[in-house]
Design a protein around this ligand. Structure first.
Ligand code: SAM
Length: 165
């Protein structure tokens, strides 16, 4: 009997990659996600209507993000307020998350950011540094850093961590 197909972490994210304007971000995400073993499984959450204020949009999008999160999942929220561990640090974190045995899910907010309820539920808040990145680009940045983390764990030369003294 063939081994059950490994299922990758969920990537639960606000926004749609379908819009033609998002094609470059979608292509970049697809490039790195195809290298991940196993790849991320994207779940897209519709952006709340622009008519609602930012706090209400965050609340509605946050509720939808949490509703898409499987029970018992180890939730990693992408947010500027979180820890920015660096690539080697993320490699260590991903190993620890895998050891937990819990299904892993990454959460990315929309243009107005993540609701406090999402941050309160998160098991880990991960920052990609102090810059504010566009939410569709964050998917590609995360996929690249997860691929880099796998390369670090495997000793693959994709990652070259040399720094001048
Ligand atoms: C355009 S940003 C939202 C900006 C919002 N004003 C805020 O402060 O969160 C959209 C989403 O991308 C992700 N994001 C953007 N920059 C990030 C960074 N440097 N680190 C981690 N996540 C980031 C977060 O999930 C954020 O909710």
């Amino acid at each position: 009997m063939p081994a059950p197909r490994a299922t990758g972490p969920l990537l639960i994210a606000v926004g749609r990659m379908r819009a033609a304007a998002a094609a470059p971000e979608a292509a970049l995400f697809a490039r790195y996600n195809a290298r991940l073993r196993p790849p991320l499984r994207p779940v897209e959450i519709a952006e709340a209507p622009a008519g609602a204020g930012p706090a209400e949009r965050r609340r509605r999008e946050g509720a939808a993000l949490l509703a898409a999160l499987p029970e018992g999942a180890l939730a990693v929220a992408l947010d500027l307020s979180g820890e920015a561990p660096g690539s080697e640090g993320l490699a260590a974190l991903t190993a620890r998350w895998a050891e937990s045995g819990r299904p892993l899910a990454f959460l990315i907010g929309g243009a107005d950011g993540l609701d406090p309820a999402v941050l309160a539920r998160a098991d880990h808040v991960l920052s990609l540094g102090p810059f504010t990145w566009p939410h569709l680009l964050v998917r590609a940045l995360l996929a690249e850093q997860l691929y880099r983390a796998q390369a670090i764990q495997a000793g693959h030369p994709y990652h070259r961590g040399w720094r001048p003294a």
